[in-house]
Ligand binder design. Structure first.
Ligand SMILES: C[S@@+](CC[C@H](N)C(=O)[O-])C[C@H]1O[C@@H](n2cnc3c(N)ncnc32)[C@H](O)[C@@H]1O
Length: 231
């Protein structure tokens, strides 16, 4: 089963489980929204419709939060899982948020356009490191002047010992939050497709892709939000 098949199979229950499986949910997604919002507000102030590209958008969780924080944005959601995208469409339609969905692999060319923000959450860690670097280059090239890239991501620990601690802390927290043994087992099964990289490596790849002011804006164990802006 491919990673996108795995997510398609859980599209109906995906949203409901998120807060249990991401202990720092509000700060994690909230920081990504904070990072992406300024160029979107600037576009609105200049009389333009802000364009957002969401990579591995899934059911539209980050897109929905962004469109609530900055009403008036237009979203392009890319994902390889059609059932996840169908759920995103339902949720965005219900809120009358202008958007299009693109069923594609993250290794493919990005949908043409100049974006004020290219955003992603918990998706790029499914690519191998060469795939991540190539995607970061394409994302940087797709930014409008002043645009930002932000990735809210599951990351690897800088050492095997820290990576083990990340997992230990995560397991303890999600158990406290009420994740059931079945839910944890299913999550572990999906995680077999994970290829996380460290924050340090990914920030370096973003700088190599031409972004400036590259930084990690939030980190709590394995959950980190990092990005930069168009040079
Ligand atoms: C954990 S979900 C995250 C969804 C959403 N961004 C969120 O924050 O809830 C990962 C998403 O990435 C998509 N994905 C993973 N690898 C992909 C690839 N190579 N091409 C396209 N989509 C991919 C999956 O289909 C899934 O919808």
């Amino acid at each position: 089963m491919s990673v996108t098949d795995v997510f398609d199979a859980v599209a109906g229950t995906y949203d409901e489980a998120r807060r249990r499986l991401i202990p720092c949910f509000d700060a994690f997604y909230g920081t990504a929204v904070q990072v992406a919002a300024p160029p979107l507000r600037a576009a609105l102030a200049a009389g333009r419709t802000p364009e957002v590209l969401d990579l591995g958008a899934g059911t539209g969780l980050l897109s929905l939060l962004l469109s609530a924080a900055v009403p008036g944005v237009r979203l392009t959601l890319v994902d390889g899982a059609p059932a996840m995208l169908a759920r995103a469409t339902d949720q965005l339609d219900a809120r009358s948020v202008p958007h299009r969905t693109v069923h594609a692999d993250l290794a493919d060319d990005l949908p043409p356009g100049r974006y004020d923000a290219v955003v992603s959450a918990l998706a790029i860690h499914h690519l191998d490191d060469a795939g991540k670097r190539a995607l970061y280059r394409r994302a940087a090239a797709a930014l409008a002047p002043g645009g930002v890239f932000v990735n809210a991501e599951q990351v690897a620990g800088p050492t095997p010992e820290l990576d083990r601690r990340y997992d230990e802390v995560w397991l303890k927290r999600i158990t406290e939050l009420g994740a059931s043994p079945d839910e944890i087992a299913a999550s572990r099964e999906r995680m077999r497709h994970d290829r996380p990289a460290t924050v340090a490596d990914q920030c370096r790849w973003l700088a190599e892709a031409g972004l400036v002011d590259v930084d990690c804006y939030f980190k709590e164990w394995r959950f980190a939000v990092f990005g930069g802006r168009a040079g």
